[in-house]
Write a protein that binds this ligand. Structure first.
Ligand SMILES: [Zn+2]
Length: 245
């Protein structure tokens, strides 16, 4: 069976656009989705990232408002997309920012793939990133801790199974990994927050949040070499289609 990729919306938020596109459009508010990606048709059922914790928890802990329709509640949203979370065998954690790793417990039978460099940085990030990682050393409570026994720690690019490859794409964070999926319409890349919206890719603008801007550009070059199609990670436009290809 050919591999297919589905973007599943698990809520939306409103943020300053310069968080997405570095130094561009400060003061402009934009709506962004939080996405759980599903990769079907391979050796194992895969999801890429798990979205933020529930809106109540996020508001209480961070003061951030997430809008979540009933059909966007993660278990329900996955069900609507034809996915039973208990059948997911692999969760790829692109990076450990709070809005990507709030629901690992929803996938009790999955191994969770994360880069070693990301795990190291998430435990002891630079101060300015303490809240993004909900880092325990800054008296926070990272949601991923309860799932750590299921972590599979990777170093760099890894072929997970035929058609699905992890790509180390540092820049937004030190250990960010994207996913390259071979389909019957070429290679699709889920670049995570390396490419927040289409504009990042088309105009080669790094994400507003980054640990290393030079790495952001090197990661753009790597995606360019390997992928035919790029799926931005916080862009409502990806829902124009139910599945890719
Ligand atoms: Zn991020």
């Amino acid at each position: 069976m050919a591999l297919k990729i589905k973007p599943v919306c698990v809520g939306t938020g409103e943020i300053d656009k310069s968080i997405l596109t570095y130094l561009h459009d400060q003061g402009t508010k934009v709506k962004v989705p939080f996405i759980v990606w599903v990769i079907e048709g391979g050796e194992k059922l895969v999801v890429v990232d798990a979205g933020p914790a529930d809106p109540g928890t996020v508001f209480k802990e961070r003061g951030v408002s997430i809008h979540q329709e009933d059909h966007e509640e993660p278990a329900q949203a996955l069900k609507n997309a034809g996915v039973d979370p208990s059948e997911v065998g692999i969760v790829i954690s692109t990076h450990l920012h709070w809005d990507h790793c709030g629901n690992f417990s929803l996938f009790p039978n999955a191994d969770i793939y994360v880069q070693r460099r990301e795990l190291e940085f998430a435990v002891a990030p630079l101060e300015i990133f303490g809240a993004m990682y909900e880092a325990a050393i800054f008296k926070r409570n990272p949601k991923w801790v309860n799932s750590v026994s299921r972590f599979r720690v990777m170093d760099g690019d890894v072929d997970l199974f035929p058609g699905v490859k992890l790509l180390h794409l540092p820049g937004h964070t030190p250990g960010l990994q994207g996913v390259l999926i071979s389909t019957n319409n070429g290679n699709y890349c889920i670049p995570s927050d390396t490419v927040n919206i289409t504009e990042n890719w088309e105009n080669q603008i790094p994400p507003g949040i980054h640990v290393n801007i030079e790495d952001c550009y090197q990661s753009f070059r790597k995606i360019e070499r390997m992928a035919d199609h790029v799926l931005p990670n916080h862009d409502m436009k990806v829902f124009d289609r139910v599945a890719y290809p």
